[in-house]
Design a protein around this ligand. Structure first.
Ligand code: ADP
Ligand code: MG
Length: 231
């Protein structure tokens, strides 16, 4: 489903004339199969989020190949990236990134609105998803009226509302206490099993990584490993 080959990226940091070049990705290779949960682990600053930004097409790599469902996307224009992203990826972030002025229902509905889906269809779809993530009672609440775990459920619901085959999650439990973290990880496993969603989870936490089918480690600009966990 995802095939990345020789991906390289260098950032130029600092004031003009005194710039530093930081080689963050030095030649990344990996494959992800459909319906896997893959964890990308590594210490802070090792380039995990950069890799995710590049996979999603928010950032262009300096070189290398990214093939998703048989399509080479590394050289896409911004417009092509945006369209591809809308049909292939959902996103979940550490800080939830919900719209504070919109209710739970409206936050989840938004990607469907952007796709031009009609209101009755949107309503039915959002109701289905609210049930799947366990948020039926709070659909008219605003994000600041929810717990962290509930907010992350809203973000997951929003990420999956357009049925993307892949959800990219960057430290999805990084802001949650350990019990809530377990709840969210269980939800991710359920959605993977029942809905067949492929998850790429970025984390610095080995315990979070242990729910994955495979773990890839970012180390000195390279991605190593791929150990299968036995269940
Ligand atoms: P991680 O997610 O593993 O903590 P990041 O991918 O966020 O790591 O960052 C990797 C390195 O790239 C860091 O040294 C960071 O300072 C640098 N970096 C990340 N984003 C940018 C950017 N937009 N501009 C310049 N440097 C960046
Ligand atoms: Mg990061």
């Amino acid at each position: 489903m995802i095939k990345v080959d020789s991906l390289k990226h260098t950032f130029t940091i600092g004031k003009k004339g005194k710039e530093n070049r930081v080689e963050v990705l030095k030649g990344i290779n990996f494959n992800i199969e459909s319906k896997e949960i893959v964890a990308i682990v590594g210490k802070s600053g090792s380039g995990k989020s950069t890799l995710l930004q590049i996979l999603a097409g928010f950032l262009k790599a300096d070189s290398g190949s990214i093939i998703i469902n048989n399509t080479e996307i590394a050289h896409f224009s911004e417009k092509e990236s945006a369209a591809f992203r809308m049909n292939h990826f959902g996103f979940v972030f550490q800080n939830f990134q919900l719209l504070p002025g919109q209710t739970v229902f409206e936050n989840i509905e938004l990607p469907l609105k952007l796709k031009g889906i009609r209101q009755p269809v949107r309503k039915k779809k959002v109701q289905e998803i609210l049930k799947k993530v366990g948020l039926m009672e709070v659909e008219d609440h605003y994000p600041n009226e929810l717990s962290g775990g509930q907010q992350q459920r809203v973000a997951i619901a929003r990420a999956m509302i357009t049925n993307p085959p892949i959800i990219l999650a960057d430290e999805p439990t990084g802001s949650l206490d350990s019990q809530t973290e377990q709840d969210i990880l269980l939800l991710i496993q359920q959605l993977n099993k029942n809905e067949g969603i492929t998850f790429v989870i970025i984390t610095h936490d080995e315990e979070v990584a242990s729910i994955a089918n495979r773990k890839l480690r970012m180390s000195d600009g390279f991605l190593v490993g791929g150990t299968k966990y036995a269940f």
